[in-house]
Design a binder for this molecule. Structure first.
Ligand code: ADP
Ligand code: ASP
Ligand code: MG
Length: 437
């Protein structure tokens, strides 16, 4: 069995939804994971933002605009009035639900219920389309099987058992449709796998069922060697190892959710990145085999906060590191990069929500400095310990840019560099020219 995931652009219009049918209709049993239509989750997040700020009227107005957009999509998508009317009812059901939430208190749980509407709508509308076209399919609600544990990690035992039970209902259908992104948390509440999470849903399902392959269909023909949003002349990488792809995803290559490679790597399931707009292009294949090029790709991750702890007492002392790590552990905040000198430790975090408390705790150890608006540049390539000559090329490219931190030697296939976010585009372009042109 294969798992196919189609992202926002791939389901972003009636035309795109219709174009999916030939891509999945080869008669083989497959699970089709869909994202929300492009722009919907952003719109729902904004609606929920208005709700959280107390502007219920504004939120309701925006929700009505989105409802009207979905009615228009339904009018265009179906040829028969029977399916058109069914879709109108479905759209109303979801938007009435959102509007009804506005009479309650805002909570993070209500926000997640609102965000979930995008995937619930796209999958149900696509299921209707297949039915109208006479293609039998089964819509399996992700909320019946997808679950995260208290640490936010996939609960594989629960997922496998419940997915198996849901799939037992398969009769003649070869297409199983389900929602990406959404899940239940440890309390059974509606939650999600964070933005871009449909990729992660697909690989979690793939791992739970030990699928033959996971295909991630998007709007570009595979992983490129640099960020195509900022750099021209980027080139597709045909083969990547799980580790290389995982580093690129983690360090900002938006084509993949940061955690999405882990489930596939765990079960050694090939992941193929494909383009819905150019379905014949072979895209990128991610397996356990390494590409092993000097330089494979560059990616950038924004929104990083750097923290430096300095104390003369650190000199020749032990136990400091433990105390520093305890502050981050106490507030469940992962550390991305770390470098040390004799009297100071610099590290970076992505999630600043508990920064104030962390800084308070660290202040008992030494002097603390915090810098916001930082970016980690990750160069993926051959960084095995016996390799010579790669660092000079990288630093030559970054000659005019202040380098804040370097992490080298932690991974055999990547090196990370911290810079100011304002220097990101220059850094990506300059590395692109030096390493790939
Ligand atoms: P989807 O909605 O299908 O999940 P995303 O927008 O999440 O699509 O991911 C695809 C986008 O990722 C591309 O359009 C591209 O702009 C961006 N991207 C960033 N870095 C890379 C990269 N290294 N290779 C390919 N695409 C990348
Ligand atoms: N719809 C969700 C988002 O926009 C999940 C996804 O697209 O993968 O983040
Ligand atoms: Mg995505």
């Amino acid at each position: 069995m294969k798992v196919y995931k189609f992202g926002g652009t791939s389901v972003g219009s009636p035309e795109r939804l219709r174009a999916l049918i030939p891509l999945i209709s080869d008669g083989e049993l497959k699970i089709v994971v869909l994202s929300a239509m492009a722009g919907t989750t952003n719109e729902l997040a904004e609606i929920s933002g208005l709700f959280s700020s107390g502007d219920r009227e504004g939120a309701a107005g925006r929700a009505e605009q989105l409802r009207a957009r979905y009615h228009a999509i339904a009018d265009e998508l179906y040829s028969s009035s029977t399916w058109g009317e069914k879709a109108h009812d479905l759209v109303d059901e979801h938007f009435n639900y959102i509007i009804a939430l506005f009479s309650r208190e805002f909570s993070r749980h209500n926000e997640k219920r609102i965000l979930a509407r995008g995937e619930l709508l796209s999958t149900a509308m696509f299921h209707f389309l297949l039915s109208e076209c006479g293609i039998s399919s089964l819509l399996v609600p992700a909320l019946n099987f997808m679950r995260i544990d208290k640490d936010g990690e996939p609960d594989y035992f629960y997922i496998r058992e419940n997915l198996k039970r849901e799939l037992a209902a398969v009769k003649d259908e070869t297409l199983i449709i389900t929602q990406g992104f959404i899940c239940r948390n440890v309390f059974g509440e509606t939650d999600n796998l964070r933005r871009g999470g449909s990729d992660y849903s697909a690989t979690i399902i793939g791992a739970a069922l030990t699928a033959e392959e996971v295909q991630i269909w998007t709007d570009i023909s595979g992983m490129h060697n640099n960020d195509p949003r900022y750099v021209s002349n980027t080139k597709v990488i045909r083969n990547l190892s799980f580790s290389e792809a995982a580093e690129l995803a983690f360090f900002g290559a938006k084509i993949l959710h940061p955690s999405s490679i882990n489930p596939a790597r765990m079960k050694n399931i090939p992941v193929r990145l494909k383009n819905t707009l150019e379905p014949d292009d072979e895209g990128t294949l991610i397996t356990s085999a390494s590409a092993l090029k000097d330089y494979t790709a560059v990616a950038a991750k924004d929104g990083i906060t750097a923290i430096r702890i300095r104390s003369d007492r650190m000199l020749m002392a032990y136990g400091f590191m433990r105390r520093i790590f305890e502050a981050f552990e106490a507030y469940k905040t992962p550390i991305d990069m770390i470098t040390t000198s004799e009297v100071s430790v610099s590290l970076t975090i992505e999630d600043p929500s508990n920064l104030e408390d962390i800084v308070k705790m660290l202040s008992s150890i030494g002097m603390v400095e915090v810098e916001h608006d930082q970016t980690i540049i990750c160069v993926v390539g051959d960084f095995r310990p016996d390799r010579v000559g790669s660092a000079p090329e990288i630093f030559e490219a970054l000659n005019d840019i202040p380098v804040k931190m370097i992490s080298y030697g932690g991974s055999e296939n990547s090196m990370s560099i911290l810079i100011n976010t304002s220097d990101k585009i220059t850094a990506l372009r300059s590395l692109g020219e030096k390493l790939f042109d």
